[in-house]
Design a binder for this molecule. Structure first.
Ligand code: CP3
Length: 346
């Protein structure tokens, strides 16, 4: 019988205590992460150093005993592997060379060429699979095509993904081509992570919520469906978590439409609504992941405990993975993380 709680929940089992992990669990709120990042030099050097990337992945496992470890890397390594320039401005975020027309697109490498740049990431996965405790599941990940495209088009993070929406309106053929290239590259990248030892993969579509109507179907739902079908064909039985962040009512039916084994919910989703409409729709049962507001790990107190309990209770009738609605922030208190886990497991 499968002993890893995360894999049991993903297989559809309703567990007395849900498995728990956190988005960005290896990160700046931990002093040991900051020390290892300093040793690596900077964030990207850390991502491409398999020993140190494995070390930061393991830090939250040692400190808290989470049920899953997530590979330490970044969704923007794929654009870099396709030939984009990428750098991080301390305290501001990522910067990339932009894709604003057919000439920029023509300079990108084919999807099958990403492995040369990304091979250190596969090595991190191999190290982790050898070092993780037997009860801890290993999650690989990639950005979803739309979210990655928004950064490639704008050259940075934007509040409203304006440049990507402008490209959609003005040169839809360029956006289509970029989404297709990213879709193929993502299949390649996740397949190699699975071959190296990832037991689950997660697709982060952080900006799915900015897509409206038919554009949501075309740029969020359809690429996810394609990627999941390709992975299922190549690696049957390896579960996929999809995170169409801020999809709102469109969370309903998303797992069925894409073939995802689990959908991750952001903090705006009401747990009671999601239990009825996403986790336990009348015909099938879908594993859900989420969705504590990460701000509660900064503020703590009785509200943290009450919200944690409310989520556990709301999803107790079906398969559930306890997590946050988005990544933990650098100002979070590590003691609040311990309190959250005690509450889930208590
Ligand atoms: O969850 C994990 O612990 C695994 C590692 C991981 C990182 N980024 C490490 C990281 C994962 C899964 C990501 C995903 C990611 N990266 C997303 C999707 C999820 C989301 O947060 O919406 C996005 C949009 C990115 C792109 C990205 N990377 C941005 C916008 C930033 C800057 C913002 C910030 O928090 O500083 C990053 C940097 C980044 N990625 C850090 C970490 C730990 C912080 C870098 C540092 O140490 O200075």
């Amino acid at each position: 019988m499968e002993t890893k709680l995360l894999l049991r929940a993903l297989a559809g089992e309703t567990l007395p205590v849900p498995p728990v992990w956190m988005m960005r669990q290896a990160g700046r709120y931990l002093p040991e992460y900051r020390a290892t990042r300093a040793k690596a030099g900077d964030f990207l050097s850390l991502c491409y150093n398999p020993e140190l990337a494995a070390e930061v992945t393991l830090q939250p496992i040692r400190r808290y005993g989470f049920d899953a470890a997530i590979l330490f890397a970044d969704i923007l390594l794929v654009p870099q592997a396709l030939g984009a320039d990428l750098w991080f401005v301390q305290g501001e975020g990522p910067r990339l060379s932009t894709v604003t027309g057919p000439e920029d697109f023509a300079r990108l490498r084919p999807a099958s060429d990403v492995h040369e740049t990304l091979s250190p990431i596969y090595e991190t996965v191999r190290i982790l699979r050898e070092t993780l405790p037997p009860e801890t599941a290993l999650i690989g990940f990639a950005g979803a095509p739309w979210t990655v495209a928004t950064y490639m088009i704008a050259g940075r993070g934007t509040p409203d993904q304006g440049p990507a929406h402008a490209l959609m309106a003005e040169q839809p053929e360029v956006l289509e081509a970029l989404i297709e290239r990213l879709t193929e590259a993502t299949v390649e990248y996740l397949s190699r992570q699975i071959e190296a030892g990832a037991e689950v993969v997660k697709l982060f579509d952080s900006w799915a919520g900015s897509l409206q109507g038919a554009a949501f179907e075309r740029y969020a739902l359809e690429p996810a469906r394609y990627i999941i079908a390709a992975l299922n064909a190549r690696h049957p039985g390896v579960p996929v978590i999809a995170f169409p962040r801020e999809a709102g009512a469109r969370y309903e039916g998303f797992a069925q439409a894409t073939g995802a084994d689990c959908v991750a919910l952001d903090s705006a989703v009401e747990p009671d609504w999601a239990a009825t409409h996403v986790q336990n729709p009348s015909k099938s049962r879908v594993c859900v992941q989420g969705n504590l507001d990460p701000r509660l790990l900064v503020t703590g107190g009785p509200e943290l405990v009450a919200s944690t309990r409310r989520i556990v209770r709301a999803f107790a009738g079906g398969p559930h993975i306890f997590n946050l609605g988005h990544g933990i922030t650098p100002d979070a208190d590590p003691d609040n993380v311990a309190r959250m886990i005690e509450t889930v497991r208590g």
